[in-house]
Design a protein around this ligand. Structure first.
Ligand code: ADP
Length: 786
């Protein structure tokens, strides 16, 4: 209201002044150049009105000037009055133009002022520090936020250009460097530094500083600002830290997953695998990245297991349920092994419907194969049990059939009660049941009485002459056999020692004292029953008697049959002594025909003839004894003495054959029991064989007979220096009639061996490593009489 009043007053004054000037100017009586006062009217109008009003006022003033001129000088229009009028109009116009232009200038100024204050207001109202710097980088403007942020007066900072005081000392180098480079290159600055706050703390702030070409100055000014990015920087640092930790834990997780001895996997809800640990590659030999890329993991599964697995997988994934499957997985070496796969669904985030499956694969091959083996074993076992049961049933039927209708004899006895007694004895520590029962006959009787015959078959009743099996069953078991108590005791011992059967011979006692020799077998059945079976030996014993008689006859016939061979051997054995006697007789006759008869020599010759004749008589006697079995002149023989006598006998022949006979004998008499002629014949045979073997041999011809003895045996060894026995003949030497000699008979060695064996010795032959054959035999030492 007041403002409108203030504006109206100059306008009213202007109007009054204009009216007054017009009145004066239109009066002819006043010839005054008053129209110049219209300029004042315009000044008053411009003081309160707008530029339009000033223009209108000027137009009115010009019009009034012209109208006044017309009034006054309509009749006498002079050039002077016209010029005066024109001058006045020009002055009014110029003044109006000046006033309008001034008015416009003021309006522009006001607008400028308002804009500046608005900019200031805006700059101060934003929560950022803003500045304006000149091309040299000196800050010429800072908004109020500077003070709010740093607590420092902006004008004093501007004055001293000390804005770097608030920058963290550590950040000043990079700030200076960045700002200098930005100013020099007229580039943008974008930098985060720590700025000291009003409370003394530092906060991260972002510096933006842009170069701008000023259209007014044509220079590059810079406008910039500071924004608080402290939280953002801290958040970023925190994010980085979390990222680092995440990276570490991811690495640890990878290390962990790679170190477990199983395959680990992860899949999305559509069963697309997006993770395998390295174990996958180690086990399957396939690069896990490739498998993830191709999603062809099913190729690793055994073709027979794939459909089952895919079905289980479909069912589990569609129901978001746990997946469990066992299948065979192909390994790097191409073999398939049984594995167990487990996968569990886990929600991606709390409350989310989306799931991931996390799972593992573990090797169960050993378990599965073991299980399969057990199953197979079970099946085999079951099958065996079934077969065994069927067999048992068949056996049971057979057994029943055998028992009842067979011709074989059976008896079944119940030992349950007796075994209970034995169990008690065992529990009380009795180890040797037989000795215990021998010492406790009452206990034996009590135990035997506890045994019952439960069944006998018809065949046994028939064998023992009973009309009904019941009569036999009723008898006490011990009475059925000659040594019934002993057999039952053996059965008790059989149970006691855990033996499952016994057998032997006995004589069963039948009705009316009938005696039946049998071979029996008793076996233990599982339920405390003993089953005995018998083989009737009556016929067999009769046959055995006949066999023994036949054997004796055969032996005799054999002996007779060998007489032929003996005859040949006798011829062989007698040949040498008879030839010897013949030569001695011829020598004796020659001596007698001489004039001077050497009586002593004749005596020696006759003595030798006598010994040889005795030997011949002995050979004949022994031969006869051999043919008629059992008659042998057995007596104690001093072996060494016999040997020396034999050497005397053979001395003549050995000399002629150029053979040296050495006897190595102990001084103590070594006596054997036997037929001296037979034994002497053994030595004669062996020495003659050795001499024969060495007959064609140049050089040394020696036969060595060694005799030694221990407490029981005398060992004799006859060795020669001949060619030895050819390998292929060794096994045939003792065959009758085996000979390699033109005039041999091949009975000598057989006679030797049977002679030695009949005296309880053993005969053997070997070749000596150095050459020559060795015939050895041992003979039992004769027992000292008395
Ligand atoms: P015979 O003297 O009538 O041949 P023997 O039974 O005494 O019958 O001997 C059988 C064979 O054994 C002899 O022909 C000879 O080949 C061999 N033999 C026996 N003793 C010896 C020995 N000391 N050295 C080599 N061969 C021997």
């Amino acid at each position: 209201m007041a403002e409108r009043f203030h504006k109206s007053v100059p306008l009213v004054l202007a109007a009054l002044l204009a009216a007054f000037v017009f009145w004066i100017d239109s009066q002819p009586k006043f010839d005054l150049s008053i129209s110049i006062l219209y300029l004042l009217v315009l000044v008053l109008v411009s003081a309160a009105g707008s530029t339009t009003l000033v223009v209108r006022g000027a137009q009115v003033c010009v019009a009034l000037t012209v109208v006044a001129l017309a009034f006054v000088h309509i009749d006498d229009l002079s050039p002077a009055s016209l010029l005066r009028c024109l001058f006045a109009c020009v002055a009014i116009g110029v003044t109006a133009a000046l006033l309008v232009s001034r008015k416009r200038l003021e309006a522009t100024k006001r607008d400028l002022e308002r804009s500046r204050s608005e900019v200031e207001l805006f700059a101060n109202s934003v929560p950022y520090v803003l500045w304006h710097s000149n091309p040299r980088g000196e800050i010429v403007y800072l908004n109020e936020s500077w003070t709010a942020v740093t607590g420092l007066d902006r004008w004093s900072v501007l004055e001293g250009q000390r804005y770097n005081d608030v920058v963290h000392p550590d950040d000043i180098p990079i700030l200076n460097e960045t700002v200098s480079a930005a100013v020099a290159n007229r580039t943008q600055t974008d930098l985060k530094v720590r700025i000291r706050q009003a409370n003394g703390s530092y906060r991260w702030m972002q510096i933006y500083d842009n170069p701008v070409l000023s259209p007014l100055t044509g220079q590059v000014d810079r406008y910039g600002g500071l924004s608080d990015v402290h939280n953002e920087v801290l958040a970023k640092e925190e994010l980085q830290r979390v990222r680092n930790e995440l990276e570490i834990s991811r690495a640890e997780l990878a290390y962990f997953t790679d170190s477990v001895p199983q395959i680990l996997w992860r899949a999305d809800a559509e069963a697309n695998i997006d993770f395998y640990n390295r174990r996958y590659t180690e086990i399957t030999g396939r690069d896990f990245r490739e498998t993830i890329r191709r999603q062809d993991y099913i190729d690793d599964y055994h073709p027979d297991d794939r459909d089952d697995f895919l079905r289980l997988q479909r069912e589990a994934f569609s129901a978001r349920r746990e997946l469990r499957a066992n299948f065979r997985l192909r390994h790097a070496d191409g073999s398939y092994r049984w594995i167990s796969l487990v996968g569990r669904p886990v929600r991606v985030t709390e409350g989310s419907e989306d799931v991931r499956y996390y799972g593992g694969i573990s090797d169960i091959h050993e378990e599965v194969t073991a299980h399969q083996k057990v199953r197979e074993l079970n099946e085999t076992l079951e099958q065996r049990v079934a077969e065994r049961t069927a067999e048992l049933m068949r056996t049971e039927r057979r057994y029943a059939g055998l028992f009842d209708i067979s011709n074989m004899t059976f008896a079944e006895m119940d030992f349950n009660a007796a075994e209970t007694i034995l169990d008690h004895l065992k529990a009380s520590g009795v180890a040797d049941l037989r000795s215990y029962m021998a010492a406790h006959p009452d206990e034996l009787s009590r135990t035997l009485n506890a045994i019952q015959t439960t069944r006998v078959n018809e065949a046994l009743a028939r064998l023992l002459g009973y009309d009904s099996v019941a009569d036999l069953v009723a008898l006490p078991p011990a009475q059925i056999a000659d040594d019934g108590r002993e057999i039952l005791l053996r059965q008790l011992v059989m149970y006691y020692d855990g033996v499952d059967h016994i057998d032997g011979r006995t004589v069963l006692i039948g009705k009316g004292g009938r005696r039946v020799p049998v071979y029996f077998t008793v076996i233990r059945l599982p339920d405390g029953l003993h089953l005995s079976s018998h083989v009737d030996l009556s016929d067999q014993e009769r046959i055995e008697g006949m066999r023994r008689a036949a054997q004796a006859e055969l032996a005799r016939a054999n002996r007779v049959a060998t007489v032929g061979a003996f005859s040949a051997s006798i011829a062989h054995e007698l040949n040498q002594p008879i030839a010897s006697m013949l030569m001695d007789a011829q020598t004796g006759l020659r001596l007698l025909s001489r004039e001077q008869t050497d009586i002593a020599m004749l005596h020696r010759i006759l003595q030798r003839v006598e010994r040889t004749a005795q030997r011949v008589a002995g050979i004949v006697q022994r031969t006869r004894d051999n043919i008629v079995a059992g008659r042998r002149a057995v007596r104690a023989i001093d072996l060494c003495r016999l040997l020396f006598e034999t050497r005397d006998l053979l001395a003549h022949d050995l000399r002629r054959a150029n053979v040296e006979l050495e006897i190595v004998c102990s001084d103590a008499p070594l006596q054997v029991s036997g037929d001296p002629i037979e034994l002497q014949q053994v030595f004669v045979n062996l020495v003659n064989n050795a001499a024969d073997a060495m007959r064609e041999q140049p050089g040394l011809r020696r036969v060595t007979i060694e005799i030694d003895a221990d407490d029981e045996l005398i060992r004799v060894r006859v060795a020669d220096t001949g060619p030895g026995i050819p390998e292929q003949h060794v096994d045939r030497l003792f065959e009758p009639f085996f000979t390699t000699k033109a005039n041999g008979i091949g009975m000598g060695l057989q006679i030797c061996r049977s002679a030695v064996e009949s005296m309880g010795g053993q005969f053997s032959v070997t070749n000596q490593p150095a050459g020559g054959a060795v015939f050895s035999f041992d003979l039992p030492l004769a027992q000292e009489p008395g």
